[in-house]
Design a protein around this ligand. Structure first.
Ligand code: SAM
Length: 353
């Protein structure tokens, strides 16, 4: 069994290397080095069976480098140095791993890959602008908020290309390519407040937790890494609460905690795919229950093919694979849904319907 598992893991690293070919040259090389060294492949056995993914080991090694960016291996990481080295990677990488086997295994046993992608705020903003034009001040709840970084959306600077800029100067600059008639707001929507809900929130004031979030970003994407770092600093400066709780069971009570002076709007991005189909149905049912009693809006960025419990009930939206931005409104107890745009999962581009 052990040999078979190891064979599978070697294949997994080779597949990861092939997948990384174009956009992540450092990770392509590192995955090749690991695949050729049975001791390094074997490290992944320190992780629980369902977590034995190449990206987990890559994240753990990255996390240790972020903890000590003076080690020789850091000189190869494009996010840690302006002129990364290339020669001699294999020797330096293997030496680092062999020197840190205990630390690597300890992290592998306890960590799960985590993300919080602020680029998705570029997708939410036009929809929130349309909504604010209709209802005025908003009270915002982001479900599956992770570290709550998208709760900072009114503090980011946005550049839509074509389309123009929104927001004042910010350490977090988002760029989004547009197609179609994206209704880019001329002013930032007004918010009465922001709240997050997550089953496993990341505390932005905790160094180890945020370092791990940064370690899960690929070093071959330095811009994304630095943007995340800037967003974490912003969230420390202007903290918003992320309540620990379940997307379904705690949804209605969390909506109740939003300030009454704003129209309640729930957002979620790349969260519902983690819920079993039955829970996806219950999520929509909870929103319906709240929306039956008061006006409510819901804006989401999800891949329809992964959320049959939602999409099939809303209407006949196609079961698409790319992310889709959708707005659902409850007005006077009646629900209506509108598919607004197809988009890149991290908000790199959006194509308005
Ligand atoms: C891929 S991350 C996306 C985070 C954030 N929405 C974003 O777009 O950057 C998914 C998040 O959903 C959260 N999550 C998963 N299942 C959940 C549940 N049942 N209730 C609440 N949050 C959940 C995870 O903890 C994680 O933070």
């Amino acid at each position: 069994v052990h040999v078979a598992l190891e064979g599978d893991l070697v294949d997994a690293f080779r597949r990861q290397a092939a997948f990384s070919e174009a956009k992540a040259p450092l990770y392509r090389r590192i995955c090749g080095i690991i695949a050729d060294d049975p001791t390094l492949v074997d490290l992944l056995h320190a992780a629980p069976a369902e977590q034995r993914l190449p990206v987990l080991l890559l994240g753990v090694i990255h996390d240790l480098l972020l903890g000590d960016p003076t080690v020789p291996l850091a000189a190869y990481y494009p996010n840690l140095t302006p002129s990364p080295r290339s020669e001699g990677l294999e020797h330096v990488f293997r030496a680092f791993c062999y020197d840190h086997i205990d630390a690597i295994q300890m992290l592998l046993a306890t960590r799960r890959t985590q993300t919080n992608e602020v680029g998705r705020s570029s997708l939410f903003l036009p929809a929130l602008g349309v909504l604010a034009g209709e209802v005025g001040t908003l009270a915002h709840l982001d479900v599956g908020a992770s570290a709550g970084l998208n709760l900072q959306l009114e503090r980011f600077h946005y550049e839509y290309q074509p389309g123009g800029e929104v927001g004042s100067d910010s350490a977090v600059e988002l760029h989004c390519g547009t197609r179609g008639d994206v209704p880019i707001p001329s002013v930032m929507p007004q918010f009465a407040g922001h709240l997050g809900l997550d089953i496993n929130p990341i505390d932005v004031s905790d160094e180890a937790e945020t370092r791990w979030l940064m370690a899960c970003v690929w070093p071959d994407q330095p811009e994304r890494f630095h943007r995340l770092q800037a967003a974490i600093l912003l969230a420390r400066q202007f903290p918003h609460r992320v309540i620990k709780g379940d997307a379904v069971d705690d949804l209605a009570t969390t909506i109740d905690q939003l300030p009454q002076s704003g129209h309640p709007v729930v957002t979620n991005s790349w969260v519902l795919n983690y819920l079993p189909v039955q829970s996806q149905r219950r999520y929509l049912a909870e929103l319906d229950r709240v929306g039956a009693g008061r006006d409510l809006s819901w804006i989401y960025v999800e891949a329809p093919v992964l959320i049959p419990g939602i999409a099939t009930q809303l209407d006949d939206f196609p079961n698409e694979e790319p992310s889709v931005l959708t707005m659902v409104r409850w007005r006077g107890g009646r629900r209506s849904a509108r598919r607004l745009a197809t988009c890149h999962p991290h908000g790199v581009w959006m194509h308005w319907n």
